[in-house]
Design a binder for this molecule. Structure first.
Ligand SMILES: [Zn+2]
Length: 471
C-alpha cells in the first residue's frame, strides 16, 4: 500500500487540548510517523496539504445494530421493553438483502461522520453471511457480534401474555452445540478477514441467557478467543430482575466467570455500587449510549462516577430506531454535557480530551484493536476534519472547539488502515448510489412486510406497560 503524508495540518494528539500544526505519515496500514511542529519526510506517494484541516483518530461506534438502518423513522416513542416488541416485529421479516442494505447504509453514515470502526451487535444470526459480506465490502473495521439468547422479556418479567402472543415473541431455542458450531464456522471463515473483520460473541443480555447459555458464553469465548459484547442493565426493570435473581446482574456475571478485559457492555445505566466496582476490577469496558438512553427514557448512565472508579468507557449510538443518527460527534457532546447538571464540582465534568478518548481509544479497547490515537505504529484509522468552514471557525483551533462544533458536515475524509474509504463527499469503498437506489426500491416493502407482526406487537404492548408502575 502507498505512503500518504498529510502536511501542515492541526494534529489531535492524545490528552492535548491544543491542536499543534504538524504532519502525519501513513505507510501501508499503519501510522509511520507523527511530526508535531515539523514537515515529516520529504517524499511520499501522496502528499496532502493539510492547511485548514485537523487530523484526528477515527471514531469508534462501540454499540450499534446495523439492521436498524433500514428501520429509520419506525416506532421510537416507547420505553425499551415496549419498543422491543416493534423492532422484533420488523426484524422478524428482514431478509438477507435488507440486512446487507442496513449494513451499507450504516457504513456510509459512519464514514461520512468520521467513524472508522464499529461493533455490529446483530440479532439476525441467520443472515450472518450477508451481514459479514457487506461489512467486508464497507471498508470499515467491524466487530460483528451475533446475538445469543434463549429467554424472553415476558418470561423474565412475568408478563402474562396470551398463548398465541407468547409464541410470537418467544426467544429462539437452539441446542448449545449448534450455536457453538455456528460460531466456530464464522471464526474459521471470517476471523481477521482483510485485517478488519472480527467475530465477537454477542449475548443479547445476561438475563436473556439461561444458565446453560451463560456457560456456553464462557466456554466459547475461551475456546475461540473471542471478545464479547452484550447489553447490560439498560432499564430499571432489568436491574431489578438482576437484583432479585443474582443479587445484581454483574454479581451474577462474576459468579459465572464472565467478567474480563475482553468484555464490553452497552448502557450500564442502572448498576449498584458493588457492581460498578466489579466492572472496574475486571477491566470491563462500558459503552455509553446517551442518545439511545434518552430517546427510550431509560435513564442516564452515571458517567462521572464510572470515570472516578477507573472504569474504561467507550461511546455508542445504538439503533437507528432508538438513538437516531449514528453521529459520534453528537454522542461526544452529550457525554460532555449530560453530567453537568448533577455534578456539583466543575473540575469533575468530563473534558473534551476525555470524551474524545472515549470515542476513540475507549472504542479501540472494546474492539481490542490498535487504533484510537495518533501514534507511530498504530493502525492508520484517521479522520480529516475541515476547520475552514463557517460552522467551524474559531478564534484559535482547539479540541474544545472541535468537539463542540464538528459533525459529519466537517468530515472531509475518512481513512481505515491507511486507505481512504471516504473523501471529498464521495464514498470510495463501495457504490453508495447503488445502495441508496436499491434501498429506495425496497424500503416500503421492507417495512410493509412486518404488518402482521406489528399487529401482534400492538396486542402485546398493553401487557408490558405494567413494568413501569408510578409513571
Ligand atoms: Zn442495543
Amino acid at each position: 500500500m502507498p505512503s500518504i503524508l498529510i502536511r501542515n495540518a492541526h494534529l489531535v494528539l492524545p490528552d492535548r487540548a491544543d491542536l499543534p500544526t504538524g504532519s502525519l505519515l501513513a505507510k501501508g496500514e499503519r501510522i509511520a510517523g507523527v511530526f508535531p511542529g515539523g514537515d515529516g519526510p520529504q517524499t511520499a506517494d501522496e502528499i496532502i496539504d493539510g492547511a485548514g484541516l485537523a487530523v484526528m483518530p477515527g471514531l469508534v461506534n462501540a454499540h450499534h445494530h446495523a439492521y436498524s438502518n433500514v428501520l429509520r423513522g419506525t416506532r421510537n416513542d416507547r420505553r425499551l421493553e415496549s419498543w422491543a416488541l416493534y423492532t422484533v416485529a420488523y426484524g422478524y421479516v428482514l431478509d438477507a438483502e435488507a440486512i446487507r442494505l442496513g449494513v451499507l447504509l450504516g457504513a456510509a453514515e459512519a464514514m461520512r461522520g468520521g467513524v472508522t470502526a464499529l461493533v455490529d451487535h446483530a440479532p439476525h444470526v441467520t443472515h450472518a453471511e450477508a451481514a459479514l459480506e457487506a461489512h467486508a465490502q464497507s471498508g470499515l473495521r467491524v466487530g460483528y457480534a451475533p446475538f445469543l439468547h434463549d429467554r424472553s422479556d415476558h418470561d423474565l418479567f412475568g408478563v402474562a401474555l396470551p398463548a398465541e402472543l407468547r409464541a410470537a415473541f418467544d426467544a429462539p431455542s437452539r441446542p448449545p452445540e449448534s450455536i457453538a458450531e455456528f460460531f466456530r464456522q464464522l471464526v474459521r471463515e471470517w476471523q481477521g478477514r482483510d485485517g478488519r473483520l472480527q467475530i465477537m460473541l454477542g449475548p443479547n443480555a445476561p438475563q436473556r441467557c439461561s444458565a446453560a447459555l451463560l456457560e456456553l458464553w464462557r466456554r466459547l469465548a475461551d475456546e475461540l478467543s473471542l471478545r464479547v459484547h452484550t447489553h447490560l442493565c439498560e432499564t430499571l426493570p432489568q436491574a431489578r430482575y438482576g437484583e432479585t435473581h443474582w443479587g445484581g446482574t454483574v454479581t451474577g456475571m462474576a459468579k459465572h466467570g464472565l467478567l474480563n478485559q475482553r468484555l464490553s457492555v452497552a448502557h450500564a445505566v442502572w448498576l449498584a455500587e458493588s457492581e460498578r466496582d466489579l466492572l472496574a476490577k475486571h477491566g470491563v469496558t462500558v459503552s455509553h449510549n446517551p442518545v439511545s438512553n434518552l430517546m427510550l427514557g431509560s435513564g442516564t448512565m452515571p458517567l462521572v462516577d464510572y470515570l472516578r472508579r477507573g472504569i474504561a468507557v467507550a461511546l455508542g449510538s445504538d439503533s437507528a430506531n432508538t438513538g437516531g443518527a449514528a453521529n459520534l460527534f453528537e454522542v461526544m457532546r452529550l457525554a460532555l454535557m449530560l453530567p453537568r447538571p448533577t455534578t456539583a464540582n466543575e473540575a469533575d465534568w468530563p473534558t473534551p480530551q476525555a470524551v474524545l478518548a472515549m470515542a476513540s481509544a475507549g472504542g479501540a479497547r472494546a474492539l481490542g484493536v490498535e487504533v484510537g490515537r495518533l501514534e507511530t505504529g498504530r493502525l492508520a484509522d484517521l479522520v480529516l476534519v475541515r476547520l475552514d468552514t463557517a460552522l467551524m471557525q474559531a478564534a484559535a483551533p482547539s479540541l474544545a472547539a472541535l468537539i463542540q462544533h464538528a459533525g459529519p458536515h466537517a468530515v472531509q475524509a475518512t481513512m481505515v488502515g491507511g486507505r481512504f474509504v471516504y473523501r471529498d463527499g464521495k464514498v470510495l469503498a463501495f457504490d453508495e448510489a447503488a445502495v441508496l437506489r436499491r434501498y429506495r426500491e425496497r424500503a416500503t416493502a421492507i417495512v410493509g412486510a412486518a404488518a402482521d407482526r406489528l399487529r401482534l406487537a400492538e396486542r402485546a404492548e398493553p401487557h408490558f406497560t405494567k413494568l413501569y408502575p408510578g409513571f
